[in-house]
Design a protein. Structure first.
Length: 70
């Protein structure tokens, strides 16, 4: 059930999302946190694109004999 946080994706020391007793307000994101989230999203997108390229290369049909490869 419990999975430890992935290395580099969650900084437990910086996690201030746990509310305190009788605290009704949500925490506000700082610019530093927003930048970090944006960078993490960019890395995920890049990894997804690389993975899709690898999968497309793996599953492309073999060229027939006599036809030039692209």
């Amino acid at each position: 059930m419990y999975d430890a946080p992935k290395q580099g994706l969650q900084d437990v020391e910086q996690d201030n999302s746990k509310p305190k007793w009788k605290q009704a307000r949500k925490t506000k994101l700082t610019l530093k946190q927003i930048r970090k989230l944006r960078k993490m999203n960019d890395v995920r997108n890049y990894e997804r694109v690389q993975n899709l390229k690898k999968i497309r290369k793996q599953y492309t049909p073999a060229p027939a004999e006599g036809q030039p490869t692209l």
